[in-house]
Design a protein around this ligand. Structure first.
Ligand SMILES: Cc1cc2nc3c(=O)[nH]c(=O)nc-3n(C[C@H](O)[C@H](O)[C@H](O)COP(=O)(O)OP(=O)(O)OC[C@H]3O[C@@H](n4cnc5c(N)ncnc54)[C@H](O)[C@@H]3O)c2cc1C
Length: 390
């Protein structure tokens, strides 16, 4: 088989890139090691920047998002038993975020791709990029016991943190940066109305909590937990009790509960691989970087990578110029590092660390006080939260 772009990974970055390429008349094939239902069963991000929504529009895949997504003009920082609202809309001159689950983004992109007739191969085992340092790269994979080969012009490694693309790069040409945080997030999903119409990020002596949502009837809640916690030790009642303890009283009293239908623990990590291009192989999204979810940046960063790569590939085919793809890594990384910084900063400010001493605690309190009383500081937070420009 031959295509122009072989895409490894059918998460948000692979699907969005595939759809933009298809719209531009550039042939592409997507491979994923798992099946469609498995991908749609993964519960992950839920806060979309305007730039991400714009790209989904460009990919003609935002039809449901505009009907069902929830525009949010602000969020709440809760500490000292009180709410402190960050007015995103006012502080950024009219920008907002949209709450719409990653599962739904993925579903919409899959629907558009299927309608376009572009090929996705699910359950493709051992996908491996080859010869990407030559002018004839190709990808091999196994399906139903048979090895297949796709010859292509370029390979897009959209296969997430544990994927094969980054691992195929020789160690001597890649540099990685990593910070692992000493706690995780225990998350719960339930069909119940959210406690608040906007997100609440709570800093509490017992640990961080986040009240988020996927729709007006589906809530996503998280509490900071230690890394040795086991999800089976957390009954729904135990989770709801712990969440209530970490919220200001009026929210704790208003919290409605329902049986959970998903509960999981996610570790928190910051990770960046540099560069993001290796001749004819590009790393995109989580394959190249991971951020802790505190700043709601993971999915949005995947989208901005896709934007830079898509523009570069379009320029390559339309104008026979490699300027865009040559600049891909540098442009993407400049934005990635700013989001990595923001996510690290939000995480540091909102969580209790096991080694937090009295001094660190006082600094954290001073920072929250400054942040919520200085317009300049609140504006910097808002500007990063709604997303820096592409
Ligand atoms: C538990 C969890 C919770 C999260 N919560 C948030 C959040 O609240 N907010 C936020 O902004 N972000 C969150 N994120 C991050 C966000 O989900 C990711 O940034 C986003 O999914 C990145 O998209 P991607 O397409 O680059 O990678 P992925 O979504 O990881 O997709 C990669 C795809 O590649 C496939 N793949 C992997 N290996 C191979 C292989 N060898 N061959 C073929 N295919 C392969 C996988 O099956 C997958 O479909 C969360 C992530 C996790 C894991």
């Amino acid at each position: 088989m031959r295509t122009q772009i072989a895409i490894i990974g059918s998460g948000p970055s692979g699907l969005l890139l595939g759809q933009l390429l298809t719209e531009a008349g550039i042939d592409n094939v997507i491979l994923d090691r798992v099946g469609k239902d498995y991908i749609l069963g993964r519960v992950r991000a839920g806060v979309l920047e305007e730039g991400t929504v714009g790209l989904l529009d460009e990919a003609r895949s935002a039809f449901r998002l505009h009907a069902e997504g929830l525009p949010h003009d602000g969020f709440s920082l809760a500490f000292d038993g009180r709410d402190h609202r960050i007015d995103l809309y006012e502080l950024t001159g009219g920008k907002r975020v949209t709450v719409y689950g990653q599962t739904e983004v993925t579903r919409d992109l899959m629907i558009t791709r299927e309608a376009s007739g572009a090929l996705t191969v699910y359950d493709a085992a051992n996908a491996t990029p080859h010869d990407f340092d030559s002018s004839s790269p190709y990808v091999t994979y196994e399906k139903d016991g048979v090895t297949h080969r796709i010859d292509c012009d370029f390979i897009a490694g959209c296969d997430g943190f544990h994927g094969a693309s980054r691992k195929a790069v020789p160690e001597k040409v890649i540099r990685t940066f990593e910070k692992v945080y000493p706690f995780g997030w225990l998350g719960l999903l339930a069909d119940v109305a959210p406690v608040n119409h906007e997100l609440i990020y709570a800093n509490h002596p017992r640990g961080f909590a986040l009240c988020s949502m996927r729709s007006a009837t589906r809530s996503r809640y998280y509490i900071q937990c230690s890394l040795d916690e086991k999800v089976e030790d957390w009954s729904d009642d135990r989770f709801w009790d712990e969440l209530r303890r970490r919220l200001p009283t009026h929210h704790a009293q208003a919290l409605k509960t329902a049986p959970s239908f998903e509960k999981s623990i996610a570790p928190l990590r910051s990770f960046v691989a540099e560069p993001m291009r290796f001749d004819r192989l590009f790393l995109v999204g989580d394959a190249a970087h991971i951020v802790p979810p505190t700043g709601a940046k993971g999915l949005n960063l995947a989208a901005s990578d896709v934007h830079y790569l898509f523009e570069g590939l379009r320029e390559f085919y339309d104008a026979r110029s490699s300027a865009g793809i040559d600049a891909y890594s540098q442009k993407a990384l400049a934005r990635v590092w700013k989001a990595v910084r923001f996510s690290w900063w939000m995480t540091t400010m909102m969580h209790r660390f096991p080694d937090t001493g009295d001094f660190d605690q006082k600094i954290q309190e001073a920072e929250l006080d400054y942040l919520t009383h200085s317009r300049a500081a609140s504006t910097a937070l808002a500007e990063n939260y709604v997303g820096l420009p592409f």
